[in-house]
Write a protein that binds this ligand. Structure first.
Ligand SMILES: Cc1cc2nc3c(=O)[nH]c(=O)nc-3n(C[C@H](O)[C@H](O)[C@H](O)COP(=O)(O)OP(=O)(O)OC[C@H]3O[C@@H](n4cnc5c(N)ncnc54)[C@H](O)[C@@H]3O)c2cc1C
Ligand code: SF4
Length: 525
């Protein structure tokens, strides 16, 4: 039996332990430190990232309302990460699940890119089929049904390596710098190219390959969307290393800072990877690539409320170290914790507002507000850096000068360290060291990848959000508001300003559906 067939017969994944077992023996071609990895599941540097995904399954068992849904395709409970939103509550619940998982793992739990891919493709394939009479939407639904049947993890492979950023895909000196179709048969297509920075790719069962930017004439071969099993022949994974990552290979559980959980990114290289027709969801329709990228980023940019959950952990660590150092009652310390909380809730506030201001697409799938999603992600490119700065302020210099766990355990020098690194009497030196290592982990170490640099570039670098904000900010309408109040415009123009609510402002001023009062409900009953 082939590896892919093995995945097909695998029983439905329910718990984190089931999930970890499902990743074994897949024979993936994974490279790390110049060597092929025999079994990623057992590699100490890779395992924390697997644990983080496993936590998404365990949360669904502990709190099914928050982290799972009843599948519209199978009628069984599946992860909320596989769900296509059909109302505002679905969008909001995704954000609440993301914040909770950020709190529980203190890192990237890797499943939101696939979630954004499903949600955006659902509406885009619907509209594409309406225009071109193609069969993509029905195929996507069959694929989703299969993913739900097994409760799989699906990654979203969007970002190409991109070569010369000033050139379109078909203009690159090397045609492989963007993933593209190299060969066609009556059964499907073959793809070659590379996707960079792929979050959780090894920890997924499937990935959805998508174009990374709007396509122009000549880019037809690059306009390809399809699903690929992670263990498909022709895929090579080259694991990305993270700051301080080898600490998890040193033994001991303190110096890693967050020994259980970490994120994962790898480069995915595709060489003649086959996608059968049944798993192709866009093929050459260049005008729909931009729609897909725009909708994907709209979903994904408000998924960054994950950072507010991670921020909760860092704020907690900062408050804890202040208490351990005996400075927690100082007014400037309290004020800094208030500032950190203010910044953190700003991220959450804009993300959750984007979800509450969601609306239906033609397919019936719901999408969140694009302006607010971009504002959320733009905050994320900045505010976690300030939260991290303040946490280092409260931590003191020891956060970067502390000796290793081995020194603390040494019979001779360990006693010296325990004497001289004591803080408040009611906390042990080890407790103090553990909190400092966690702050280091989140602001300089492995999980700073997810909390800081991922915040900067994931779902698009800062300028990508500014472009979207600029595109949707309705300046002409705002200028007219100003002209009317300053007395420049006529009475007729005033009426138009009141009536003319389009785009973002149509959503801002759309009133929520009426709430039935308790008395009304009783009367109806
Ligand atoms: C930790 C992490 C996880 C990620 N996870 C995923 C994932 O799971 N799936 C996925 O598909 N992608 C993922 N990404 C990729 C992410 O979307 C990209 O990093 C982002 O789009 C920026 O692309 P880049 O890294 O190639 O940087 P670049 O595009 O090289 O950007 C560098 C700078 O150049 C500027 N720039 C780029 N192009 C132009 C241009 N044409 N004109 C002017 N300025 C330009 C940018 O604004 C930026 O300031 C991840 C990234 C990170 C860092
Ligand atoms: S960075 Fe956040 S939004 Fe992106 S995959 Fe990780 S947890 Fe999800």
């Amino acid at each position: 039996m082939g590896k892919n067939e093995k995945l097909q017969v695998q029983r439905k994944i329910v718990s984190g332990a089931d999930y970890i077992e499902s990743l074994r023996d897949r024979g993936l071609n994974v490279w790390l430190f110049g060597e092929k990895v025999a079994e990623p599941v057992d590699h100490p540097m890779i395992r924390p990232s697997i644990n983080a995904v496993a936590r998404t399954y365990d949360l669904a068992v502990e709190n099914p309302e928050l982290a799972s849904v009843i599948s519209p395709f199978t009628g069984e409970r599946v992860s909320r990460f596989l769900h296509v939103c059909t109302n505002v509550n679905d969008l909001v619940a995704q954000n609440k699940m993301q914040r909770r998982l950020g709190q529980l793992t203190g890192t990237c739990f890797q499943r939101c890119v696939g979630m954004g891919a499903f949600n955006s493709l659902y509406s885009v394939t619907f509209e594409l089929d309406r225009k071109h009479g193609t069969p993509y939407h029905a195929r996507l639904k069959r694929f989703l049904t299969e993913m739900h049947r097994h409760n799989y993890v699906v990654g979203g492979a969007m970002t190409d390596v991109k070569g010369d950023r000033s050139k379109a895909p078909h203009q690159q000196a090397d045609p492989d710098l963007f993933v593209h179709v190299t060969r066609r048969t009556k059964d499907g297509v073959y793809l070659t190219g590379a996707k960079a920075h792929q979050t959780g790719c090894l920890n997924s069962h499937w990935m959805v390959v998508m174009p990374t930017l709007r396509m122009v004439k000549g880019d037809e071969a690059y306009t390809i969307v399809g699903a690929v099993p992670v263990d498909a022949p022709g895929i090579t994974y080259i694991y990305g290393r993270q700051s301080c990552d080898t600490r998890s290979m040193e033994g001991g559980g303190i110096d890693a800072g967050n020994a259980n959980y970490g994120g994962q990114e790898a480069m995915v290289i595709l060489k003649d990877v086959f996608i059968p027709n049944e798993l192709i969801f866009m093929d050459g329709e260049i005008e729909f690539a931009a729609m897909l990228v725009q909708r994907f980023t709209t979903y994904h940019r408000r998924s960054y409320v994950c950072k507010s959950g991670v921020g909760d952990v860092l704020i907690g660590a900062a408050a804890q170290i202040a208490e351990m150092n005996g400075v927690d009652s100082a007014s400037h310390i309290k004020d800094k914790l208030v500032e950190m909380t203010h910044l953190n809730e700003t991220i959450y506030g804009t993300g959750i507002a984007a979800s509450y201001q969601g609306h239906a697409t033609q397919s019936g799938a719901y999408i969140n507000d694009d302006m607010l999603a971009n504002v959320c992600k733009h905050h994320v490119t900045r505010l976690p850096y300030e939260v991290a700065r303040l946490s280092q302020d409260l931590a003191g210099g020891l956060v970067v000068t502390m000796p290793s766990e081995k020194d603390f355990n040494h019979p001779e020098i360990g006693a010296l360290l325990k004497k001289y690194l004591k803080g408040r009497d009611d906390f042990s030196v080890e407790e103090r060291v553990r909190i400092l290592r966690l702050i280091e982990n989140m602001t300089l170490g492995r999980n700073a990848v997810g909390y800081l640099t991922e915040s900067m570039h994931g779902a698009g670098s800062p300028q990508a959000q500014r472009i979207e904000i600029g595109r949707t900010m309705q300046l002409e309408y705002k200028k007219r508001l100003a002209r009317v109040l300053s007395g420049i415009e006529t009475e007729k123009d005033k009426n138009e300003v009141v009536e003319e609510l389009t785009g973002y402002f149509a959503r801002v001023f759309a009133l929520p559906p009426p709430v039935t009062s308790v008395a009304g409900k009783q009367k109806a009953a």
